[in-house]
Design a protein around this ligand. Structure first.
Ligand SMILES: Cc1ncc(C[n+]2csc(CCOP(=O)(O)OP(=O)(O)O)c2C)c(N)n1
Ligand code: SF4
Ligand SMILES: [Mg+2]
Length: 351
């Protein structure tokens, strides 16, 4: 059995959001992942973020590939659209769906094997095309579902559960996303809900390619000494650059911070991202500095987390292709099929 339904009994006093929905309205089936798996904490953070943003569940399309991580969309947002694709192919399926219906909020959930091994090409192209989506990689450094082989994000020199040393260089998907043109790039840790929930909210409200690398320990195969993706290792080496607060149009700005400590970035949808700086002088609007910073922390064994880069002027694939403003299912037959004369004219122009 791959999923179990949850009883739908709500406590009458559960807190409601602006739509009158409780967190339970954003849940899915009971998880069948190992107890303590980081992926379950990420599902909980997605539920919290969507509830806080008061997103209508039917406006979300959640897509994934294959892996324990890719199973997780079953465990949240059971009233949303969902598509579990082929291993490593979530980005192309999501791109097609996005081009057909630009009105939905696209959430792609993937694993480090799914995105950095078999799906690396797909990951690269969805980022460089600027597809408007939130791309979450639940990164545990192993192929959890197939019993713990090193994935391409495992660091060189890190140790497998049975003692083998990884001799290959690890791929940092954050660095790749920065180089490829993603317009919102963040890293977090499944064990830090306080940092993760606002980062997911910021990504969901961002109108462009938003990439989130979440280190998510695999308790069954990669949570031992010598692993660089274990709970202990990440807690000890986590270097947060900022703390994010997302203020939507509905919410008044009330938090007060000291002068100079906060940077505000206004997004196209009207939401404001307030960044409380932790690392002095870190500018999340400077892509090249972000790349240097991530690499310099890595060189001394630290993991840079937080909102690492945001473009104040994101671009989206629809803008690049100059597509029609409405989803295809809202167009009439006349608009979808311009007729044989128009087709003939087009063919003529290509002869
Ligand atoms: C085409 C294809 N190749 C290989 C597999 C076997 N396979 C299933 S999941 C997986 C890796 C999953 O790793 P990851 O994406 O990191 O997810 P995790 O289970 O660690 O969350 C592999 C190799 C497959 N299902 N399909
Ligand atoms: S095998 Fe690892 S990744 Fe898969 S559910 Fe268990 S702990 Fe999570
Ligand atoms: Mg994995």
């Amino acid at each position: 059995m791959t999923y179990m339904t949850k009883p739908k009994l709500h406590h009458p006093e559960l807190q409601k959001n602006a739509l009158g929905l409780t967190r339970r309205d954003y849940e899915g089936a009971v998880s069948t992942l190992c107890a303590g798996c980081g992926h379950d904490s990420i599902s909980a953070a997605i539920i919290q973020a969507c509830w806080e943003l008061a997103i209508q569940p039917h406006r979300v399309a959640k897509l994934s590939g294959i892996g324990c991580s890719s199973k997780t969309p079953t465990y949240f947002l059971d009233k949303s659209h969902g598509f579990n694709s082929v291993h490593g192919r979530m980005p192309s399926v999501l791109t097609g769906a996005n081009l057909a219906n630009r009105d939905l909020i696209y959430l792609g959930v993937s694993g480090d094997g799914d995105s950095a091994s078999i799906g690396l090409g797909q990951f690269a192209h969805v980022m460089r095309r600027g597809v408007n989506m939130t791309y979450i990689v639940e990164n545990n450094g192993v192929y959890g579902l197939t019993k713990g082989q090193f994935s391409a994000t495992a660091d060189r020199g890190s140790k497998a559960k049975r003692g083998a040393i990884n001799t290959d260089e690890g791929i940092d998907l954050v660095l790749m996303a920065l180089q490829l043109g993603a317009t919102y790039v963040a890293r977090s840790f499944s064990g830090d809900k306080g940092q993760l929930v606002p980062l997911i909210k910021g990504a969901l409200t961002h109108e462009g390619a938003a990439f989130l690398d979440v280190i998510s320990p695999c308790v069954a195969f990669n949570n031992h000494d010598g692993s660089t993706k274990s709970y202990d290792y990440v807690r000890e080496h986590n270097e947060a650059v900022n703390f994010l607060d997302v203020i939507t149009l509905r919410k008044e700005i009330t938090t007060e911070y000291g002068p100079g400590a906060v940077q505000e970035v206004r997004q196209h949808d009207g939401s404001v991202l307030r960044l409380r700086k932790i690392s002095e002088g870190y500018d999340p609007c400077d892509r090249i500095s972000a790349m240097n910073y991530v690499q310099s922390r890595y060189a001394v064994g630290e993991i840079a987390t937080g909102l690492l880069y945001i473009s104040p002027s994101p671009r989206d694939l629809h803008a690049a292709l100059n597509t029609v403003g409405l989803p295809l299912n809202q167009l009439g037959e006349g608009e979808l099929c311009p007729g044989s004369a128009a087709l003939e004219k087009m063919n003529e122009s290509l002869r």
